[in-house]
Design a protein around this ligand. Structure first.
Ligand code: THU
Length: 127
C-alpha cells in the first residue's frame, strides 16, 4: 500500500493543473500486480478536465487489465483527498469493493469503495 502511494507520488509533478493549481496523482494496482499511474489533466474548457483516478483506471482497462484491487490517491496537502463522485462511479464499474488509499503529506486513510459509494449503481441494476 505504501509502495502504491509512492508510485502515485512519483508522478505528481506530471499533473497538468494550470487552472486549479491542485495537483493530484493516482496509482491503480490490479490483480495481476501491475501498477498504472495517473494525474489530473485540466483543459481551458474546464469541464473537460479529467481526474487522476480516472486516468489511472482507464490506462489499466485500456491495457486489458480490468481487475482493479487498489486505487491510491496522493495530494501534497494536509488532509487526504477523497475521489470525486464521478471517479467513485468509474471505479465501481470494475470493483465496487476496491480498496481506496487516500494519502497526503501528513496522513493516509484507507477505506473500501463500498463505504464511499454505498448502494452503487452497477450492471446488476440493468437486470
Ligand atoms: N481532482 C482529481 O484529480 N481527483 C480527485 O479526487 C479530486 C479532484 C482534480 C480535478 C481538478 O483538476 C482538480 O483536482 C481540482 O478539482
Amino acid at each position: 500500500m505504501e509502495e502504491l502511494v509512492e508510485r502515485a507520488k512519483a508522478v505528481l509533478n506530471n499533473a497538468y493543473a494550470p487552472y486549479s493549481k491542485f495537483k493530484v496523482a493516482a496509482a491503480v494496482r490490479t490483480k495481476s500486480g501491475r501498477v498504472y499511474t495517473g494525474v489530473n489533466i485540466e483543459n481551458a474548457s474546464y469541464g473537460l478536465t479529467i481526474c487522476a483516478e480516472r486516468v489511472a483506471v482507464f490506462k489499466a482497462v485500456s491495457e486489458g487489465d480490468r481487475d482493479i484491487e487498489v486505487v491510491a490517491v496522493y495530494t501534497d496537502t494536509e488532509e487526504p483527498t477523497p475521489p470525486c463522485g464521478a471517479c467513485r462511479q468509474v471505479i465501481a464499474e470494475f470493483n465496487p469493493d476496491a480498496l481506496i488509499v487516500m494519502a497526503s503529506r501528513k496522513k493516509t486513510v484507507v477505506v473500501r469503495l463500498s463505504e464511499l459509494l454505498p448502494h452503487a449503481f452497477t450492471r446488476k441494476n440493468l437486470g
